[in-house]
Design a protein around this ligand. Sequence first.
Ligand code: ASP
Length: 322
Amino acid sequence: MTIDQSPQPFALAIHGGAGTIDASLLTPELEDAYHAGLRTALLAGRDVLAAGGSALDAVTAAVIALEDEPLFNAGRGAVFTADGTQEMDAAIMDGRTRAAGAVAGLFGPRNPILAARAVMERTDHVMLIGDSALALARRAGLAMEEAPYFFTQARWDALQAELAFRASGAPDDGNEQRRHGTVGAVARDRHGNVAAATSTGGMTAKAVGRVGDSPVIGAGTFADNATCAISATGHGEHFIRHVVAHEIAARMRWGGQSLAEAADAVVIDQLGPIGGSGGLVAVDSAGRVTLPFNCAGMYRGIAQADAPLLTAIHREEYRVSR
Ligand code: ASP
């Protein structure tokens, strides 16, 4: 199934992270659960867009749904640091004005994306970290959770496996794909505005205090009505060094490339060869979407006006639902 590349009244694209996504571990039940989680997020965002709501509200709603789903590495189900703690990063950007908000290293708010949005809407700043971010979240009245809410056995086991691998003295296999995960959404609304939102627990066994690309505006998250909105997932250090999201927008703006051309050039041609595994979802100001990735799979979904919902994990056909 190819994705309709004609202009759309509204469009939403989401991801639930990219990586190895070992097909042999993916039981039919688990696969169904991933598709269901993606579908729930698509419905949340599409409802907003269909009703004439803003792209900003749509990406917020979609990311909240993904953060609430423990299968994905954001909010509930976030991965663990090397010290066994959880530190979450999130960012949101409004393509109308380039207003942006981000948080990093956060633990407490049930939905880190709402903390990022609070930074955008309630402060003069773009990024807040630590106690100050937490205090803002409390002032904004965001729901808070304790450690048991965020804990999942699968993420804990993944940490133990990664620590055991490191302790074994085995040479680094360079396979960062197994440590990935993140959620994100991009949208174009009926009014022609775009927005992007990204939320993550980061990478399994990351150092305490490590911040990835997700909350870095221009790297993992970017939105500008003049070009496009982007939410990335992958090995964050590479995405920061290549300023991935802004690079795509710049190729469109200065190079006259289409969204799909620009995104493929960066994800496939630029990041692929250097081991910058991952992918992204993107929408341009006419509502065309593209979802390139350079690894085995990316949990992803698309909702366009007057079209069925599409969800996929590997490179196979999209699963179609209403
Ligand atoms: N990009 C995220 C990070 O580096 C992780 C991911 O998307 O898999 O924190």
